[in-house]
Design a protein around this ligand. Structure first.
Ligand code: PLP
Length: 415
Protein backbone atom coordinates (compact mmCIF):
# COMPACT_ATOMS: atom_id res chain seq x y z
CA UNK A 1 0.00 0.00 0.00
CA UNK A 2 1.00 3.60 -0.53
CA UNK A 3 1.26 5.41 2.78
CA UNK A 4 1.33 9.07 3.72
CA UNK A 5 4.01 10.51 6.00
CA UNK A 6 1.38 12.01 8.31
CA UNK A 7 -1.96 11.08 9.79
CA UNK A 8 -4.89 12.15 7.60
CA UNK A 9 -6.12 14.67 10.18
CA UNK A 10 -2.68 16.30 10.32
CA UNK A 11 -2.54 16.54 6.53
CA UNK A 12 -5.99 18.06 6.43
CA UNK A 13 -4.90 20.60 9.08
CA UNK A 14 -1.83 21.49 6.97
CA UNK A 15 -4.02 21.90 3.89
CA UNK A 16 -6.24 24.29 5.88
CA UNK A 17 -3.28 26.38 7.01
CA UNK A 18 -1.33 26.40 3.71
CA UNK A 19 -3.44 27.14 0.64
CA UNK A 20 -3.47 24.33 -1.90
CA UNK A 21 -1.96 23.47 -4.31
CA UNK A 22 1.48 22.76 -2.88
CA UNK A 23 4.28 20.22 -2.93
CA UNK A 24 5.18 18.64 0.40
CA UNK A 25 8.54 16.91 0.93
CA UNK A 26 9.34 14.53 3.76
CA UNK A 27 12.80 15.44 5.13
CA UNK A 28 13.09 12.41 7.36
CA UNK A 29 12.37 9.94 4.56
CA UNK A 30 14.80 11.75 2.20
CA UNK A 31 17.58 11.53 4.81
CA UNK A 32 16.90 7.87 5.61
CA UNK A 33 16.97 6.97 1.92
CA UNK A 34 20.27 8.84 1.33
CA UNK A 35 21.78 6.96 4.28
CA UNK A 36 20.55 3.61 2.96
CA UNK A 37 22.12 4.34 -0.41
CA UNK A 38 25.46 5.30 1.12
CA UNK A 39 25.45 2.27 3.41
CA UNK A 40 24.76 0.01 0.43
CA UNK A 41 27.81 1.36 -1.43
CA UNK A 42 30.12 1.47 1.61
CA UNK A 43 32.17 -1.36 0.02
CA UNK A 44 33.49 1.21 -2.50
CA UNK A 45 35.83 3.54 -0.59
CA UNK A 46 35.39 6.55 -2.87
CA UNK A 47 31.65 6.19 -3.53
CA UNK A 48 29.72 9.44 -3.68
CA UNK A 49 26.20 10.39 -4.72
CA UNK A 50 25.90 13.71 -6.57
CA UNK A 51 22.21 14.54 -6.22
CA UNK A 52 20.85 15.50 -9.63
CA UNK A 53 19.72 19.10 -9.09
CA UNK A 54 17.49 19.10 -12.19
CA UNK A 55 15.02 16.81 -10.49
CA UNK A 56 14.34 19.06 -7.52
CA UNK A 57 16.32 22.28 -7.36
CA UNK A 58 15.12 23.58 -4.00
CA UNK A 59 17.94 24.88 -1.75
CA UNK A 60 16.32 23.32 1.32
CA UNK A 61 16.67 19.89 -0.28
CA UNK A 62 20.17 20.59 -1.60
CA UNK A 63 21.21 21.55 1.93
CA UNK A 64 19.76 18.30 3.29
CA UNK A 65 21.84 16.36 0.77
CA UNK A 66 24.91 18.41 1.68
CA UNK A 67 24.43 17.51 5.34
CA UNK A 68 24.11 13.87 4.32
CA UNK A 69 27.51 14.05 2.59
CA UNK A 70 26.25 14.08 -1.01
CA UNK A 71 27.54 16.30 -3.77
CA UNK A 72 25.41 17.76 -6.56
CA UNK A 73 25.13 17.12 -10.29
CA UNK A 74 24.56 20.42 -12.13
CA UNK A 75 23.76 20.90 -15.80
CA UNK A 76 23.53 24.67 -16.26
CA UNK A 77 24.84 28.02 -15.04
CA UNK A 78 21.78 28.53 -12.85
CA UNK A 79 22.13 25.12 -11.24
CA UNK A 80 25.80 25.91 -10.57
CA UNK A 81 24.79 29.22 -8.96
CA UNK A 82 22.25 27.38 -6.80
CA UNK A 83 24.91 24.86 -5.79
CA UNK A 84 27.30 27.68 -4.88
CA UNK A 85 24.58 29.42 -2.85
CA UNK A 86 24.13 26.18 -0.88
CA UNK A 87 27.85 25.96 -0.12
CA UNK A 88 28.91 23.34 -2.67
CA UNK A 89 32.25 23.76 -4.44
CA UNK A 90 35.17 21.80 -5.91
CA UNK A 91 34.79 18.04 -5.64
CA UNK A 92 31.21 18.49 -4.37
CA UNK A 93 30.02 19.45 -7.85
CA UNK A 94 29.78 17.24 -10.90
CA UNK A 95 29.11 19.47 -13.90
CA UNK A 96 27.36 17.15 -16.35
CA UNK A 97 26.20 19.51 -19.10
CA UNK A 98 25.87 19.24 -22.84
CA UNK A 99 26.00 21.86 -25.61
CA UNK A 100 27.70 23.98 -22.97
CA UNK A 101 28.09 27.76 -23.08
CA UNK A 102 31.26 29.73 -22.36
CA UNK A 103 29.64 31.26 -19.26
CA UNK A 104 28.80 27.80 -17.93
CA UNK A 105 32.34 26.53 -18.38
CA UNK A 106 33.75 29.70 -16.80
CA UNK A 107 31.58 29.34 -13.71
CA UNK A 108 32.31 25.61 -13.46
CA UNK A 109 36.04 26.41 -13.51
CA UNK A 110 35.60 29.22 -10.97
CA UNK A 111 33.91 26.73 -8.64
CA UNK A 112 36.53 24.09 -9.51
CA UNK A 113 33.69 21.68 -10.25
CA UNK A 114 34.44 18.26 -11.73
CA UNK A 115 33.80 18.95 -15.40
CA UNK A 116 32.16 16.02 -17.16
CA UNK A 117 32.48 16.76 -20.88
CA UNK A 118 29.73 15.66 -23.21
CA UNK A 119 32.05 16.04 -26.20
CA UNK A 120 35.82 15.75 -26.39
CA UNK A 121 35.65 18.59 -28.94
CA UNK A 122 34.73 20.86 -26.00
CA UNK A 123 38.26 20.59 -24.62
CA UNK A 124 39.55 23.32 -26.96
CA UNK A 125 36.52 25.46 -26.22
CA UNK A 126 36.99 25.00 -22.47
CA UNK A 127 40.66 25.97 -22.75
CA UNK A 128 39.82 29.02 -24.83
CA UNK A 129 36.96 30.38 -22.70
CA UNK A 130 38.27 29.37 -19.26
CA UNK A 131 41.17 26.99 -18.65
CA UNK A 132 41.79 23.27 -18.45
CA UNK A 133 41.37 21.79 -14.99
CA UNK A 134 43.62 19.18 -13.37
CA UNK A 135 40.85 16.59 -13.45
CA UNK A 136 38.37 15.87 -16.17
CA UNK A 137 35.61 13.40 -16.89
CA UNK A 138 33.94 12.49 -20.16
CA UNK A 139 30.52 11.10 -20.92
CA UNK A 140 30.71 7.87 -22.86
CA UNK A 141 28.34 6.88 -25.64
CA UNK A 142 28.83 3.17 -26.34
CA UNK A 143 26.78 3.48 -29.54
CA UNK A 144 24.89 0.26 -28.87
CA UNK A 145 21.55 -0.91 -27.57
CA UNK A 146 21.47 -1.85 -23.90
CA UNK A 147 19.14 -4.82 -23.70
CA UNK A 148 17.41 -6.47 -20.77
CA UNK A 149 15.06 -9.45 -20.81
CA UNK A 150 15.10 -9.37 -24.60
CA UNK A 151 14.03 -5.75 -24.72
CA UNK A 152 15.97 -2.67 -25.80
CA UNK A 153 16.17 -0.47 -22.70
CA UNK A 154 18.33 2.34 -24.11
CA UNK A 155 19.59 2.75 -27.65
CA UNK A 156 22.75 4.85 -27.60
CA UNK A 157 22.98 4.87 -31.40
CA UNK A 158 22.05 8.36 -32.48
CA UNK A 159 21.80 9.63 -28.90
CA UNK A 160 22.84 13.25 -28.54
CA UNK A 161 24.78 12.44 -25.37
CA UNK A 162 28.40 11.48 -24.96
CA UNK A 163 31.49 10.76 -27.03
CA UNK A 164 32.63 7.55 -28.68
CA UNK A 165 35.26 5.17 -27.38
CA UNK A 166 37.72 6.32 -30.04
CA UNK A 167 37.11 10.02 -29.35
CA UNK A 168 37.64 9.64 -25.60
CA UNK A 169 40.69 7.48 -26.07
CA UNK A 170 42.32 9.96 -28.49
CA UNK A 171 41.48 12.98 -26.34
CA UNK A 172 42.62 11.44 -23.03
CA UNK A 173 45.94 10.33 -24.56
CA UNK A 174 46.90 13.94 -25.24
CA UNK A 175 45.79 15.39 -21.92
CA UNK A 176 48.56 14.50 -19.45
CA UNK A 177 50.94 16.73 -21.44
CA UNK A 178 48.48 19.59 -20.85
CA UNK A 179 48.55 19.17 -17.08
CA UNK A 180 45.46 17.00 -16.61
CA UNK A 181 46.24 14.43 -13.94
CA UNK A 182 42.93 12.83 -12.92
CA UNK A 183 40.42 11.18 -15.25
CA UNK A 184 36.92 9.84 -15.01
CA UNK A 185 34.23 8.44 -17.27
CA UNK A 186 30.47 8.69 -17.10
CA UNK A 187 27.44 7.07 -18.71
CA UNK A 188 23.79 6.77 -17.84
CA UNK A 189 22.59 3.22 -18.42
CA UNK A 190 19.77 3.44 -15.95
CA UNK A 191 16.37 4.02 -17.48
CA UNK A 192 14.11 3.87 -14.49
CA UNK A 193 14.64 0.15 -14.03
CA UNK A 194 14.55 -1.24 -10.52
CA UNK A 195 16.08 -4.68 -11.08
CA UNK A 196 19.46 -5.31 -9.45
CA UNK A 197 20.65 -7.59 -12.26
CA UNK A 198 19.90 -4.89 -14.85
CA UNK A 199 22.33 -2.52 -13.14
CA UNK A 200 24.83 -5.31 -12.57
CA UNK A 201 24.94 -6.18 -16.27
CA UNK A 202 24.66 -2.63 -17.69
CA UNK A 203 27.58 -1.31 -15.64
CA UNK A 204 29.89 -3.96 -17.12
CA UNK A 205 29.88 -1.89 -20.29
CA UNK A 206 31.42 1.06 -18.37
CA UNK A 207 33.92 -1.09 -16.48
CA UNK A 208 35.02 -2.80 -19.70
CA UNK A 209 35.42 0.57 -21.38
CA UNK A 210 37.65 1.76 -18.51
CA UNK A 211 39.90 -1.25 -19.09
CA UNK A 212 39.96 -0.70 -22.87
CA UNK A 213 40.78 2.96 -22.33
CA UNK A 214 43.75 2.00 -20.17
CA UNK A 215 44.93 -0.44 -22.82
CA UNK A 216 44.49 2.00 -25.72
CA UNK A 217 45.67 5.23 -24.11
CA UNK A 218 47.51 4.25 -20.94
CA UNK A 219 45.07 6.46 -18.98
CA UNK A 220 43.90 5.06 -15.66
CA UNK A 221 40.52 6.50 -14.76
CA UNK A 222 40.17 7.06 -11.05
CA UNK A 223 36.40 7.43 -10.96
CA UNK A 224 33.42 6.04 -12.85
CA UNK A 225 30.09 7.84 -12.69
CA UNK A 226 27.13 5.61 -13.44
CA UNK A 227 24.78 8.61 -13.27
CA UNK A 228 21.04 8.26 -12.62
CA UNK A 229 18.07 6.28 -13.81
CA UNK A 230 17.20 4.09 -10.84
CA UNK A 231 13.43 3.70 -10.89
CA UNK A 232 10.78 3.92 -8.19
CA UNK A 233 7.52 2.04 -7.73
CA UNK A 234 4.54 4.19 -8.72
CA UNK A 235 1.71 1.70 -8.30
CA UNK A 236 0.63 0.09 -5.06
CA UNK A 237 2.03 -3.42 -4.92
CA UNK A 238 5.11 -2.63 -7.03
CA UNK A 239 8.42 -3.30 -5.29
CA UNK A 240 10.98 -0.61 -4.63
CA UNK A 241 14.50 -1.24 -5.90
CA UNK A 242 16.46 -3.28 -3.39
CA UNK A 243 19.39 -0.89 -3.12
CA UNK A 244 21.57 -3.40 -1.29
CA UNK A 245 21.00 -5.90 -4.13
CA UNK A 246 21.65 -3.22 -6.81
CA UNK A 247 24.91 -2.35 -5.09
CA UNK A 248 25.84 -6.04 -4.68
CA UNK A 249 25.26 -6.64 -8.41
CA UNK A 250 27.49 -3.65 -9.24
CA UNK A 251 30.08 -4.93 -6.75
CA UNK A 252 30.09 -8.36 -8.39
CA UNK A 253 30.83 -6.73 -11.77
CA UNK A 254 33.51 -4.56 -10.12
CA UNK A 255 35.14 -7.60 -8.48
CA UNK A 256 35.15 -9.48 -11.75
CA UNK A 257 36.37 -6.71 -14.09
CA UNK A 258 38.10 -3.99 -12.09
CA UNK A 259 39.68 -5.79 -9.12
CA UNK A 260 42.03 -7.96 -11.24
CA UNK A 261 43.04 -4.91 -13.31
CA UNK A 262 45.51 -2.10 -12.76
CA UNK A 263 42.56 0.27 -12.23
CA UNK A 264 41.64 -1.03 -8.79
CA UNK A 265 40.83 0.79 -6.55
CA UNK A 266 38.62 3.29 -8.29
CA UNK A 267 35.75 5.35 -6.97
CA UNK A 268 32.18 4.96 -8.11
CA UNK A 269 29.92 7.99 -8.36
CA UNK A 270 26.19 8.24 -8.99
CA UNK A 271 24.02 11.23 -9.85
CA UNK A 272 20.60 9.91 -8.95
CA UNK A 273 17.56 12.15 -8.96
CA UNK A 274 14.22 10.33 -9.06
CA UNK A 275 15.37 7.68 -6.59
CA UNK A 276 16.52 10.33 -4.09
CA UNK A 277 13.37 12.45 -3.80
CA UNK A 278 10.64 10.98 -6.02
CA UNK A 279 8.84 8.83 -3.43
CA UNK A 280 9.26 11.42 -0.68
CA UNK A 281 7.33 14.24 -2.27
CA UNK A 282 3.57 14.74 -2.56
CA UNK A 283 1.49 17.07 -4.67
CA UNK A 284 -1.51 18.31 -2.72
CA UNK A 285 -4.52 19.93 -4.36
CA UNK A 286 -8.23 20.49 -3.58
CA UNK A 287 -11.33 19.60 -5.55
CA UNK A 288 -12.82 22.77 -7.00
CA UNK A 289 -15.72 21.47 -9.11
CA UNK A 290 -17.36 18.16 -9.92
CA UNK A 291 -18.65 17.95 -13.49
CA UNK A 292 -20.64 15.23 -15.21
CA UNK A 293 -21.08 14.55 -18.91
CA UNK A 294 -20.65 11.02 -20.17
CA UNK A 295 -17.84 10.92 -17.63
CA UNK A 296 -17.31 12.26 -14.12
CA UNK A 297 -14.68 14.94 -13.81
CA UNK A 298 -13.16 16.24 -10.62
CA UNK A 299 -11.60 19.62 -11.43
CA UNK A 300 -8.82 20.63 -9.06
CA UNK A 301 -7.51 23.98 -7.91
CA UNK A 302 -4.29 23.02 -9.75
CA UNK A 303 -3.56 22.21 -13.38
CA UNK A 304 -0.99 19.91 -14.90
CA UNK A 305 1.27 22.90 -15.66
CA UNK A 306 2.20 22.61 -11.97
CA UNK A 307 2.66 18.84 -12.00
CA UNK A 308 3.36 17.75 -15.50
CA UNK A 309 4.37 14.12 -15.30
CA UNK A 310 0.88 12.53 -15.57
CA UNK A 311 0.34 14.50 -18.79
CA UNK A 312 3.85 14.49 -20.23
CA UNK A 313 4.95 10.96 -19.45
CA UNK A 314 1.59 9.39 -18.78
CA UNK A 315 2.96 8.41 -15.37
CA UNK A 316 0.57 6.85 -12.89
CA UNK A 317 0.58 8.77 -9.61
CA UNK A 318 -1.36 7.15 -6.83
CA UNK A 319 -3.97 9.37 -5.18
CA UNK A 320 -4.90 9.40 -1.51
CA UNK A 321 -7.97 11.24 -0.28
CA UNK A 322 -7.25 11.96 3.39
CA UNK A 323 -10.28 11.38 5.57
CA UNK A 324 -11.97 9.11 3.00
CA UNK A 325 -9.70 6.08 3.32
CA UNK A 326 -12.46 3.89 4.71
CA UNK A 327 -15.05 4.82 2.07
CA UNK A 328 -15.76 2.53 -0.88
CA UNK A 329 -13.72 3.32 -3.99
CA UNK A 330 -16.79 2.97 -6.19
CA UNK A 331 -16.64 6.08 -8.37
CA UNK A 332 -14.63 6.73 -11.51
CA UNK A 333 -13.20 10.17 -12.16
CA UNK A 334 -10.99 11.95 -14.61
CA UNK A 335 -9.00 14.33 -12.43
CA UNK A 336 -8.49 17.53 -14.38
CA UNK A 337 -7.01 20.97 -14.16
CA UNK A 338 -8.07 24.20 -15.84
CA UNK A 339 -5.75 24.38 -18.85
CA UNK A 340 -7.13 25.00 -22.32
CA UNK A 341 -5.80 21.59 -23.25
CA UNK A 342 -7.88 18.44 -23.26
CA UNK A 343 -4.95 16.32 -22.09
CA UNK A 344 -4.82 18.34 -18.87
CA UNK A 345 -5.66 15.31 -16.68
CA UNK A 346 -3.84 14.11 -13.58
CA UNK A 347 -5.60 10.77 -13.81
CA UNK A 348 -8.09 9.07 -16.14
CA UNK A 349 -10.87 6.72 -15.04
CA UNK A 350 -9.41 6.57 -11.54
CA UNK A 351 -11.46 4.66 -8.98
CA UNK A 352 -11.91 6.83 -5.93
CA UNK A 353 -14.44 7.43 -3.18
CA UNK A 354 -17.20 9.92 -3.94
CA UNK A 355 -15.55 13.33 -4.20
CA UNK A 356 -17.03 16.69 -3.29
CA UNK A 357 -15.79 20.24 -3.56
CA UNK A 358 -13.13 20.88 -0.94
CA UNK A 359 -11.80 17.33 -0.76
CA UNK A 360 -8.01 17.17 -0.58
CA UNK A 361 -6.22 14.95 -3.09
CA UNK A 362 -2.66 13.87 -2.39
CA UNK A 363 -0.63 12.62 -5.36
CA UNK A 364 2.19 10.29 -4.42
CA UNK A 365 5.69 10.08 -5.88
CA UNK A 366 5.79 13.74 -6.83
CA UNK A 367 9.14 14.59 -5.26
CA UNK A 368 11.17 14.59 -8.49
CA UNK A 369 10.58 16.36 -11.81
CA UNK A 370 7.42 17.87 -10.31
CA UNK A 371 8.15 21.50 -9.58
CA UNK A 372 11.23 21.50 -11.82
CA UNK A 373 9.18 20.59 -14.91
CA UNK A 374 6.36 23.01 -14.14
CA UNK A 375 5.38 25.78 -16.55
CA UNK A 376 3.20 28.88 -16.50
CA UNK A 377 1.09 27.89 -19.52
CA UNK A 378 -2.26 29.72 -19.61
CA UNK A 379 -0.94 32.12 -16.98
CA UNK A 380 -1.43 29.36 -14.42
CA UNK A 381 1.19 29.92 -11.78
CA UNK A 382 3.54 27.60 -9.97
CA UNK A 383 2.57 26.37 -6.50
CA UNK A 384 4.39 26.57 -3.17
CA UNK A 385 6.79 23.95 -1.84
CA UNK A 386 6.63 22.88 1.81
CA UNK A 387 9.02 20.80 3.85
CA UNK A 388 7.83 18.43 6.53
CA UNK A 389 10.91 18.81 8.70
CA UNK A 390 12.64 16.02 10.60
CA UNK A 391 11.18 17.55 13.79
CA UNK A 392 7.65 17.30 12.39
CA UNK A 393 7.01 20.98 11.71
CA UNK A 394 6.03 22.36 8.30
CA UNK A 395 8.14 25.02 6.63
CA UNK A 396 7.51 26.96 3.42
CA UNK A 397 10.61 26.45 1.29
CA UNK A 398 9.23 28.22 -1.77
CA UNK A 399 6.21 30.49 -1.86
CA UNK A 400 3.59 30.18 -4.55
CA UNK A 401 4.05 32.41 -7.58
CA UNK A 402 1.95 35.53 -7.92
CA UNK A 403 0.89 37.38 -11.08
CA UNK A 404 3.70 39.86 -10.27
CA UNK A 405 6.21 37.04 -10.74
CA UNK A 406 4.66 36.28 -14.12
CA UNK A 407 4.83 39.94 -15.13
CA UNK A 408 8.35 40.48 -13.78
CA UNK A 409 10.12 39.45 -16.98
CA UNK A 410 7.78 41.28 -19.37
CA UNK A 411 8.25 44.67 -21.06
CA UNK A 412 5.05 46.67 -21.31
CA UNK A 413 6.41 49.67 -23.18
CA UNK A 414 6.48 47.82 -26.51
CA UNK A 415 10.25 48.19 -26.93
C1 PLP B 1 23.17 13.20 -16.92
C2 PLP B 1 22.09 12.85 -15.97
N1 PLP B 1 22.43 12.50 -14.73
C3 PLP B 1 21.48 12.19 -13.80
C4 PLP B 1 20.14 12.23 -14.11
C5 PLP B 1 19.14 11.87 -13.07
O1 PLP B 1 18.40 10.80 -13.48
P1 PLP B 1 17.27 10.15 -12.58
O2 PLP B 1 16.45 11.23 -12.02
O3 PLP B 1 16.54 9.29 -13.54
O4 PLP B 1 17.98 9.36 -11.53
C6 PLP B 1 19.75 12.59 -15.41
C7 PLP B 1 18.33 12.67 -15.78
O5 PLP B 1 17.91 13.16 -16.78
C8 PLP B 1 20.74 12.92 -16.37
O6 PLP B 1 20.42 13.28 -17.61
Amino acid sequence: MKTLPLASETLLRIAKKYPTPFYLYDENAIRQNARRLQAAFAWNRGYREFFSVKCNPNPALLSIFKEEGCGVDCASETELLLARACGFSGDDIMFTSNNTTAAEFRLARELDAIINLDDTGHLDFLQRVASLPERISCRYNPGIEIRYQNQCIIDFAGSKFGATKEQISAAFRSLPSQGIKTFGIHAQFGCHRREADYFGSAIRCLFSFAIELFQSSGIKVSFINFAGGLGIPYRPGEDAADIAAVSAAIQAAYDEIIVPSALHPLALFSELGLYMTGPYGYFVSSVLHIKETDKQFAGLDASTNAFLSPLRYNDYHHISVPGKEAQPFNQRYDITGALCENRDRFAVDRELPTLVTGDILVFHDAGAYGYSHSTTFNGKLRPAELLLTAEGSVKTIRRAETPQDYFATLSFDGR
